[in-house]
Design a protein. Structure first.
Length: 573
């Protein structure tokens, strides 16, 4: 049962346990309201027949029942709401853990605003449904099944007069289930698209203004909002009509019970006690049906959100073991990879990167240089072939364990809206303030940090928006220096640096890469002429491998790139 609930609702194990507990508590909750009615019914029958000797006994029994009801209702509240709030936290943590283990390729194919809303908004909707609908719905179904058996056993005619309309009401709801879910899904997708449009507009605000796209962008968003509003009206109507109809039908058990009951009383087939009992049951079940319709409506509304959570939890993740590494030679053997199935970026590529050497990857734009770095660091998993570090295939190594051996400085720097100190400390969260400052000094950061309002304690804005491109790049280099790992990956780190800043960090970089396994990408070919090995790439394949002098002789592509580089350096505006 627990596994079924986990699969259907995409909950954690503790969440599924909470649903079971909530369901059981709701069964007792519904049954508890029958007890005082039954006592009052017996009391009324005794008064009518003159058989009651001690009315005080009924008062005591009723009082005890009310006490029991209090504990049942209190327990129901605690189980339902407390477990719900716990599950909302547990589910978000579980989703975050799944995302943490996914390759970078997953995020490149999914909109980040959609993922953020899945974690926050979709889980919030699940939380609300757990608190108000799911346990209540299942509990009422079990309660109704139990009551149906009892009512049919007592008098099948009276039982059917109550059960029939309830089943008809539920049938109306489920008959339109697919249509309700379909329209809710369309509206859901429209809302997600609008959210994506808003995020894109905010992120691209500078470009929108500078290219005079404000009016057209506003019109597109307004159009999307209008279409979304129309979809919402349609989805609300598609849902409210069957639910309202079901609720009207849900009132019929009382009328049918009175009609059938009066006829049976006139023919002496049932006693007044039975009639009152069935009438109380009809009233209670009718009230439950009114709630049942809204519970089902919310559960149908939840369908697309549960599927979205399921897509994350069921997606393949990167797995591996914590394998200690002592040798840091990197070997790529016949590696192939494509971001999409129909587009291969790396095709049968093989070369080695030796420990204690600097290996440079060069080639025309789009040849796969940055992709190779992503594959080696296992941000993406290659499709075929193998990549090994110290004779261990990286697909067998746990990603978090692998990252302990690798420092990466990419061209696109990502910073957090926190202090300079904490942004650098990401390289080594256990580093002291003095160690952070030392790394910053070696990376050439100290001069601009001292000019910030609060120095190392200055908050630098979303993705370092308060810093220049060169300053952001130097903070990224400081992280790598602080991490001090045996494998160093440098991707166009000088792209955002001016000549002076590049000179400032060259000495620190030479110290950082000493005796390490180093892979570097640079469009400034002059800077990599003296490296130990140059790998020339062309269209995802190895064109040539060797030192600068050797490549000038045997690689036409390399010679062409050198010539173009010299022409570029000699250009004057």
């Amino acid at each position: 049962m627990k596994e079924y609930i986990m699969d259907k609702l995409k909950l954690t194990e503790s969440g599924a346990t909470g649903v079971i507990q909530s369901t059981v508590s709701f069964v007792f909750y519904y049954l508890s309201f029958l007890f005082p009615m039954m006592v009052l019914m017996l009391f009324a029958n005794g008064v009518l027949e003159g058989t009651i000797k001690k009315p005080s006994l009924f008062t005591i029994v009723l009082f005890l029942i009310l006490i029991i009801m209090y504990f049942i209702i209190n327990k129901n509240y605690q189980v339902t709401y407390n477990e719900t709030y716990k599950e909302s936290a547990n589910l978000r943590i579980e989703i975050a853990n799944f995302l943490r283990k996914m390759p970078l390729s997953y995020f490149s194919k999914h909109d980040l605003s959609d993922l953020a809303q899945t974690i926050m908004q979709d889980v919030a909707q699940v939380e609300h449904a757990l608190a108000h609908a799911i346990g209540n719905y299942i509990g009422f179904v079990l309660y109704f099944a139990l009551m149906s058996v009892m009512m049919l056993s007592g008098n099948w005619k009276m039982g059917l007069s109550i059960i029939g309309p309830v089943l008809l009401a539920v049938g109306v709801i489920f008959a339109t289930k697919k249509m309700q879910i379909s329209f809710r899904t369309k509206h859901f997708e429209a809302l997600r698209k609008i959210s994506e449009d808003f995020q894109t507009t905010i992120e691209m605000n500078q470009e929108i203004k500078s290219y005079g796209l404000k009016d057209s962008t506003r019109k597109e968003i307004q159009k999307s909002l209008i279409e979304s509003e129309k979809l919402q009206w349609k989805s609300e109507l598609i849902q409210v009509i069957p639910l309202s109809l079901a609720q009207y039908i849900g009132i019929l058990p009382i009328g049918f019970c009175i009609f059938v009951g009066v006829n049976l009383l006139l023919t002496n087939e049932i006693s007044m006690l039975y009639f009152l009992g069935y009438l109380i049951a009809a009233a209670k079940i009718s009230g439950g049906v009114l709630g049942l319709a809204s519970y089902l409506g919310e559960i149908f509304y939840l369908d697309v959100r549960i599927k979205r959570i399921g897509e994350i939890k069921e997606h393949s993740i990167q797995e591996g073991k914590e394998i200690p590494l002592t040798n840091f030679d990197i070997e790529l053997s016949n590696v192939s990879f494509g971001y999409d199935e129909d587009q291969t970026v790396i095709n049968g590529l093989s070369f080695t990167v030796n420990q204690g050497e600097v290996t440079a990857l060069i080639g025309p734009s789009g040849c796969g240089k940055t992709t190779i770095l992503r594959l080696i660091s296992r941000l993406y998993d290659y499709d075929t072939g193998s990549i090994s570090i110290g004779d261990h295939d990286i697909k067998n190594i746990d990603t978090e364990h692998l990252f302990k051996y690798i420092s990466i400085v990419f061209q696109d720097v990502i910073l957090f809206n926190t202090s300079v100190m904490e942004n650098i400390r990401i390289g080594n969260v256990k580093a002291t303030n003095d160690e952070v400052k030392k790394a910053a000094k070696e990376a050439g950061c100290e001069d601009f940090i001292q000019n910030l309002p609060d120095g190392y304690d200055t908050f630098i804005g979303e993705n370092g928006s308060k810093l220049s491109g060169g300053e952001r790049q130097r903070l990224s280099i400081a992280r790598a220096i602080l991490k001090d790992t045996p494998i160093i990956i440098l991707d166009e780190i000088a792209a955002s640096l001016d000549v002076e800043n590049e000179l400032n960090i060259q000495g620190s970089l030479n110290k950082l890469i000493k005796d390490k396994t180093v892979i570097v990408i640079s469009h400034r070919l002059k800077s990599i002429e003296n490296v130990d090995k140059i790998v020339v790439l062309d269209q995802g394949r190895v064109n040539a491998v060797g030192k600068h002098e050797d490549l000038l002789k045997k690689s036409e592509l390399y010679r062409t790139m050198i010539e173009k580089s010299l022409i570029t350096e000699g250009h004057r505006y």
